[in-house]
Design a protein around this ligand. Structure first.
Ligand code: NAG
Ligand code: NAG
Ligand code: NAG
Ligand code: NAG
Ligand code: NAG
Length: 487
């Protein structure tokens, strides 16, 4: 009655020897090494490889399309509808690619195999089966999740890994309604932390666009809180985040506790008193939850009223309330486009506010920034002088470096240290996206890896956009607690 190959036979079978089935073998690295071996062999004994792998793949595709010699009928039942899709398949191919199919075929008692799938998985089931026969597949943004789900369910690991890679490489792709929030939520559900973190970082570094897209409303409570707690969000200013939160809450109508938690994660100190007055009087959200942010607003107005050093005598200023995020608005920093960055050193001056506090916001600090394309670390220069040679300050072995220093010193700087952040933009899938965020005190040398993999010498480097390096420099005042000197 069993018309299928017993699984023991399959297990012992030399996969390579079954009429060149290596084409559909799931592990690409082994495929390449096998090909390399063959190539070497041909050089050694003067043989020539006749390569008809493509024809074989085409034949397998025809075999699937016409169903000749089929020994199993796959019936794909769409959950919650009575729709059934039928595929004439071959147990040999299914078993070769998936131990789940091997098991299903083993336990089924007729040549009918019924599988139940959600509507989106059922829609790509043909594609999925075709991949099992041909080893290639075309993927659209909207098909990534159902294909990943099928690959996981049927243990087709090569496809699963391929789709994960596809997703991490297509976070910035254009889609009418956005897709990264959905991918984040899927990654959370299946517990793929690498994919989740890639999505979360992309959303954090591109928050202004996400906030403006229709995708923003579909953000889950969990994702909203994960974002609200991050200091590395790249956005115009904190007010933009407050307004986005307002839109999210009014659309999603969450429980009071959720709204209160989210509201308490807003960094009110980074919003000017003028804007805060308006929110207090005119924002329906603020009026509704006035009680839950009362203490934060009180602390914020105290912050705005005095210099950081006066404040630090009485308060600990290490709460995230006083920690700036990566704000792109001009008060916080400046874009810096460096044309032909490998040519020579470049300098640049820009101004920022002394601090976000109402006490300081009108005071300006001028900053000098210096970019060196090939800076040699001190440790390496030391070895040169040991040998008595001239000290080269720049050689081909050096790495890019940015130093940012204030143009002059001021007593106003007391109680504040200025953290510098350089945002590096790069091209991905034809889009300009934030690629790195480096934070340091004075020099990118402190980070140890500034533009380490950028390869600015290479014309095609993804970090060169029209042969320029696109940076955005941000200066963040960090307030010291004077806890140690407090009596
Ligand atoms: C045979 O051809 C295919 C594509 O035409 C290629 O991918 C494969 O590496 C070739 N194999 C050998 C052994 O040359
Ligand atoms: C598949 O079967 C059809 C008839 O059912 C036949 O015409 C066709 O030649 C067969 N194809 C192959 C590749 O054997
Ligand atoms: C095997 O087939 C019989 C009769 O067609 C059916 O009642 C039974 O549920 C089947 N068993 C399995 C494991 O599918
Ligand atoms: C802030 O400083 C206080 C006192 O030094 C300390 O107890 C507290 O844990 C710190 N909080 C954070 C978030 O670092
Ligand atoms: C953010 O995403 C949008 C839409 O995909 C894109 O147009 C924009 O270039 C991205 N910006 C950054 C800074 O990543």
């Amino acid at each position: 009655i069993h018309r299928y190959l017993p699984s023991s036979y399959l297990a012992e079978m030399d996969i390579q020897s079954v009429c060149g089935f290596s084409v559909t073998k799931p592990i690409p690295s082994r495929l390449t090494s096998a090909a390399a071996l063959k190539l070497e062999g041909s050089v050694e004994n003067g043989a020539t490889v006749l390569n008809h792998s493509m024809t074989l793949v085409q034949r397998l595709e025809t075999l699937l399309a016409q169903g000749n010699g089929s020994d199993v009928i796959l019936r794909i039942v769409t959950l919650s509808t009575d729709e059934v899709k039928v595929i004439q398949a071959h147990s040999l191919v299914l078993s070769l690619q998936s131990d789940v199919f091997t098991e299903l075929l083993h336990t089924a008692n007729s040549s009918n195999l019924v599988v139940r799938e959600s509507a989106d998985s059922a829609a790509v089931f043909d594609k999925f089966i075709r991949y099992l026969y041909c080893g290639d597949i075309s993927v659209h943004l909207g098909q990534a999740i159902p294909l990943h789900r099928l690959a996981s369910k049927y243990h087709v690991w090569s496809l699963q890994q391929g789709v994960t890679r596809y997703m991490t490489q297509h976070l910035s792709s254009d889609s009418p309604t956005g897709h990264v929030v959905t991918w984040y939520q899927y990654a959370m559900k299946i517990g793929d932390m690498t994919l989740r973190n890639s999505c979360l970082q992309y959303l954090s570094w591109n928050l202004s666009s996400v906030i403006q897209s229709s995708e923003w409303r579909s953000v889950s409570e969990e994702l909203l809180m994960s974002l609200m707690q991050r200091s590395d969000l790249v956005l115009q200013n904190e007010l933009e985040l407050y307004e986005a939160l307002e839109a999210w809450i009014s659309h999603n109508q969450p429980a009071d506790a959720v709204a209160e938690n989210a509201l308490q994660a807003v960094r009110y100190s980074m919003i000017s008193p003028q804007h805060l007055f308006r929110l207090q009087k005119q924002s329906p959200l603020m009026l509704k939850y006035r009680e839950s942010v009362r203490d934060l607003l009180f602390l914020t107005f105290q912050f705005h009223a005095a210099s950081p050093i006066q404040l630090a005598k009485y308060f600990t200023l290490n709460s995230s309330l006083f920690m700036p995020r990566n704000y792109l608005s001009p008060a916080w920093g400046s874009p810096w486009v460096i044309n032909n960055p490998t040519r020579d050193d470049r300098s640049f001056s820009f101004q920022t506010q002394l601090g976000p506090s109402g006490h300081d916001a009108t005071k300006r600090v001028t900053w000098n920034a210096l970019f060196s394309p090939r800076w040699l670390p001190l440790s390496m220069r030391a070895t040169y002088s040991d040998h008595g040679s001239l000290q080269p300050t720049r050689t081909d072995g050096g790495l890019p470096r940015v130093i940012i220093t204030p143009a002059n010193s001021s007593p106003d700087f007391a109680g504040v240290s200025f953290q510098k952040t350089v945002i590096v933009l790069a091209r991905q899938q034809g889009k300009v996206v934030v690629r790195h965020v480096y934070s340091f005190h004075q020099s990118t040398e402190e980070t140890g890896n500034f533009l380490l993999d950028a390869d600015l010498q290479r014309r095609a480097s993804e970090y060169l956009i029209d042969s320029s390096l696109y940076l955005h420099v941000i200066v963040k005042p960090i307030y010291h607690s004077l806890v140690t000197t407090r009596k």
